[in-house]
Design a protein around this ligand. Structure first.
Ligand SMILES: [Zn+2]
Length: 584
């Protein structure tokens, strides 16, 4: 950081502060109490209603590129006031919006005004709701919060029993056993052995305030005393699992969204039976004796689809989470499409590809050199399942025709089939098979033109056309976007029939998005009939590689000019198509 900016900033700030009566510059021993975070600071009395409370303005070595912080002195204990961090530093609402390297005086003024309002609110009690609004920040600071939960549970719904798996470092919780086992198997290794425990998820009407955090099991009884169902779930948990550690999840609505808090209860010690033969103590006495046991808090990391795919604000999550997509061809185009579909939250992806990954694939494929020589479909499924353990992935490392012969239900049970195989032989037969068959879902074909200078995504529904309607008998588009006069664009490699198309990951990424976008439109019901969408690459790429816009495309759709855009091409089946054509 340029020192001159810091020095000038501090000088300006001190000139501004000089207008306040009785201000003083903090000395090194004052600053030391902040653990070396700040390099300069000033204190002023008399700004807040309570004359005993002084405000401090503190800057660090990044100032003025980082905003000053405001602290109160003397510092109250953490969790006794809202918006209060360690050493009395305030967490102000305006802080995030106030970073100006130039308006040092007005920014400082706004921060001080906000701090004064906050501190005055502490004394009037008006700011207690902030404890609820920012529950997570306070819960994570609670000194008894030493555990960690990972939750896959739906955020809504009533109090209920859910499934928990206690790992060494954390507890994973899900609404049902199948979801939990699938997540554990994806996240760790397939067939991980998971011993599950039923634990209560209890709804409480609002987030807890720090004064309500339960230190003991008795505190928890008291917290739930007005909810007899919840109390009975807790008592059941204690009695059934008396010799085990056990978890509990609290769920609550808040003004800023839903939240969870985890709690861990210890196993009962032998002494709890004192005076009784084992098994002869009444439940009432057990609960009473267990009441003195301490409770620990657990921070809850949400890994449920609603949170992962849109922080509870994506209305499409549920629909997409219930869909199965079959993707044929996990090459450079297909692997990118698979990744986008996983990010979208498609519930189940089935990947089919007969080939292994070569190192020269890796600059365009989502898999890297660490996956070389491994089967693309299996490896892609394996890696995506670790990245998105709440989704399901299945792989078949064989040609689609063999896969279909073995189990046609893989094709007929999917909600959508995508082919990014890029082979006319494989795709023409797929198109012929699925055309006009009520057995199959819609099929999308995605492919690239030379150099990835254009890309096509075409969806066929039932009897509304087939691939041959828009291609010639060799699978070439009847109306291509680009034309490549002179030498061919294919390059040779020293192997039997070895040719490849050079193109880069940048150009490729547009076509991956094109296909994934059409998938979303179909699964969400926005496209309900056969459709053809085209990515027209940038003209500079075309010119660099000596290509040009195809005259037939210009006649039909107009010149793409500089390109770089997506286009919806009106789709019409060809009545003279040798596969699907029929008289009108
Ligand atoms: Zn046709």
């Amino acid at each position: 950081m340029p020192e001159s900016h810091y020095a000038r900033g501090v000088e300006r700030l001190e000139s501004f502060i000089a207008q306040f009566p009785e201000w003083r510059r903090l000395i090194p021993s004052d600053l030391n109490s902040y653990g070396g975070r700040f390099t300069a600071g000033w204190e002023f009395p008399g700004l807040c209603d309570d004359p005993a409370v002084h405000l401090r303005i503190l800057v660090d070595a990044e100032f003025p590129f980082r905003s000053p912080r405001i602290a109160v002195f003397p510092p109250p204990a953490v969790l006794t006031r809202p918006n209060l961090e360690e050493q009395g530093i305030l967490c102000l609402l305006v802080e995030g919006a106030l970073t100006s390297t130039e308006r040092i005086e007005s920014v400082s003024m706004e921060l001080l005004a906000d701090a004064r309002d906050l501190v005055n609110g502490w004394h009037s009690g008006a700011s207690l709701e902030r404890f609820e609004d920012e529950f997570q920040s306070y819960w994570n600071r609670w000194q008894r919060n030493t555990e960690k939960f990972i939750s896959l549970c739906a955020i809504d719904g009533p109090s209920r029993w859910v499934c928990a798996f206690h790992e060494r470092n954390f507890t994973i919780v899900a609404d049902d056993e199948k979801t939990l086992k699938s997540w554990v198997s994806n996240y760790f290794t397939p067939n991980s052995k998971a011993t599950l425990q039923s634990i209560p998820l209890i709804r409480v009407p609002r987030p807890l305030r720090p004064s309500e955090y339960p230190n003991s099991v008795s505190d928890l009884y008291a917290l739930l005393r007005s909810d007899t169902d919840a109390l009975s779930m807790l008592q059941n948990l204690v009695c059934v699992n008396r010799d085990k550690r056990k978890g509990l999840l609290l769920a609550f609505p808040g003004r800023r969204g839903h939240g969870f808090a985890g709690l861990m209860l210890p196993s009962a010690k032998k002494e709890i039976d004192y005076g009784f033969r084992k098994g002869h103590m009444s439940q009432h006495i057990l609960l009473q004796r267990y009441g003195v046991y301490p409770v620990r808090g657990a921070s809850v990391i949400r890994c449920d689809p609603s949170w992962v795919h849109g922080r509870d604000h994506n209305p499409d999550v549920t629909i997409l989470g219930n869909k199965t997509v079959l993707l044929l061809g996990v090459g450079s185009l297909g692997s990118g499409v698979a990744e986008l579909l996983a990010k979208m939250g498609i519930g189940k992806l089935v990947l089919v590809d007969p080939e292994a990954l070569s190192t020269e694939n890796t600059s365009r494929h989502t898999l890297g050199v660490r996956s070389m020589s491994r089967m693309k479909a299996a490896e892609q499924a394996n890696i995506l399942s670790k990245r998105f353990p709440h989704l399901q992935f299945e792989s078949h490392c064989e040609r689609w025709e063999l896969c279909y012969k073995k189990d046609r239900s893989i094709f007929t049970s999917a909600d959508l089939i995508i082919s990014t195989i890029g082979s006319w032989s494989a795709e023409s037969s797929l198109s012929a098979l699925t055309y006009n068959s009520k057995e199959f879902p819609p099929v999308i074909f995605g492919w690239l033109e030379e150099q990835a200078a254009a890309a096509h995504a075409v969806a066929f529904f039932g009897e509304e056309g087939c691939l041959r309607c828009i291609t010639d008998d060799m699978g070439r588009p009847r109306v291509p976007v680009t034309k490549w006069p002179g030498v061919g664009t294919q390059k040779m490699v020293p192997m039997c029939g070895g040719v490849f198309q050079p193109y880069g990951a940048n150009e490729l990424s547009y076509s991956q998005t094109l296909v994934a976008d059409l998938v979303a439109d179909i699964l969400l019901g926005r496209v309900t009939s056969s459709a053809h969408q085209v990515w027209i690459g940038q003209k500079k790429l075309l010119e660099r590689e000596n290509g040009e816009w195809h005259p037939d495309w210009i006649v039909r759709h107009g010149s793409p000019e500089n390109g770089g855009r997506m286009m919806i091409v009106p789709f019409k089946n060809d009545v003279s198509c040798p596969i699907c054509g029929r008289p009108l």
